[in-house]
Design a protein around this ligand. Structure first.
Ligand code: SF4
Length: 330
């Protein structure tokens, strides 16, 4: 690990941002569950850390007019177990509880979860070529061992998966991200927050330098009757998704009135399948429809030597998640 300096911010987000701006090569630290690993492996080498744990951004509150605001420092376990989330946004609670381990969820924050880095092993190995870690060096994953990599949204520069479970549920729920630059707050639609790799895989989000995530807001529609978060992985816990699907439906009997579908484990960003959602609306829920939807959702998928299986697995995951959601969850 490279030597770094450290300061603890208290007071307002604006003060923390000023502190980070005043230092060369600074980074924010909250839960640190990903950042510290990256620093130990010399993947990230910030010269200064601004600890933001003292900021007042940990609450989960109901919004006037419906919806919920989740502070960026709210811990994953607190969000997952909060009554407002469990009762109104069960797909988010389930997604959070399917990620990592209890110990990590107790530390990891909402803002940090949005920014967690890929688990591509070449990214963590500084002896490997990786355009995301060191732009312009190449990508050892494309012709290497790419079993965990993306089949949707990849480029010739990078096919790394966004590893978050929480992000998949937030994409389905149409969340908004609030970020501050110190002079004011701006709102970003969650589905626009992460970028596709294209030619610049090292730029993963639309955040500007030193902008700080302050909160997530969820719209009123939480889909607490017909929902499913299905995660397929190599072992029952503490494993990243091979494929995951967040489905939220509004049903009128057996007819679908509204549909949301987002995928994890297969995309270079949290993958909202908006185009196929429209094909579900107004239709009667049945397996034939769901199979067509799954085929369409994975139509543009591109497999590599070791991850081709994700295309069929993705289709089956979508069909099963749609069936569970349409059936209603007790
Ligand atoms: Fe790096 Fe992306 Fe290639 Fe992995 S897939 S080695 S993160 S450029």
């Amino acid at each position: 690990m490279k030597i770094f300096t450290y300061s603890k911010a208290s007071g307002t987000a604006a003060q923390a941002i000023q502190e980070a701006t005043n230092k060369t090569d600074s980074a924010y630290i909250a839960g640190g569950t990903n950042l510290i690993d990256l620093m130990k492996d010399m993947v990230l080498t910030p010269a200064h850390l601004v600890d933001i744990n003292g900021l007042n951004m940990s609450s989960v509150t109901k919004l006037d007019g419906g919806g919920v605001r989740i502070g960026a420092l709210a811990r994953n376990s607190d969000v997952a177990n909060h009554p407002l989330i469990r009762e109104n946004y069960p797909v988010l609670s389930r997604a959070l509880l399917s990620g990592a381990s209890p110990q990590l969820r107790n530390m990891a924050t909402t803002g940090g979860n949005l920014l967690q880095r890929t688990r591509c092993s070449y990214f963590y190995d500084t002896a490997s070529a990786c355009n995301k870690r060191t732009p312009g060096t190449g990508c050892d994953a494309i012709d290497g061992y790419n079993r965990m990599h993306a089949v949707l949204g990849g480029s010739a520069k990078c096919i790394a998966v966004n590893p978050s479970d929480m992000n998949v549920a937030l994409a389905a729920l149409d969340a908004n991200v609030f970020v501050s630059s110190g002079s004011g707050e701006r709102k970003i639609r969650f589905v626009d927050f992460h970028k596709l790799p294209g030619n610049t895989p090292h730029i993963e989000t639309v955040l500007e330098p030193h902008e700080l995530i302050t909160a997530i807001e969820l719209p009123a529609a939480g889909f607490n009757k017909n929902w499913c978060y299905l995660k397929v992985r190599d072992r029952a816990s503490y494993a990243f998704a091979l494929v995951s699907a967040a489905v939220c439906l509004q049903m009128d009997g057996s007819r679908i009135k509204e549909a949301r579908l987002a995928l994890g484990g297969v995309g270079t960003k949290p993958w909202r399948a908006s185009d196929v959602e429209k094909m579900l609306v107004g239709k009667t829920a049945d397996e034939k429809l769901f199979k067509n939807i799954a085929d369409m959702a994975m139509k543009s998928a591109k497999g590599y030597e070791h991850n081709k299986f994700k295309i069929e697995m993705g289709k089956r995951t979508i069909v099963r998640a749609l069936k569970v959601a349409a059936g209603g969850v007790a």
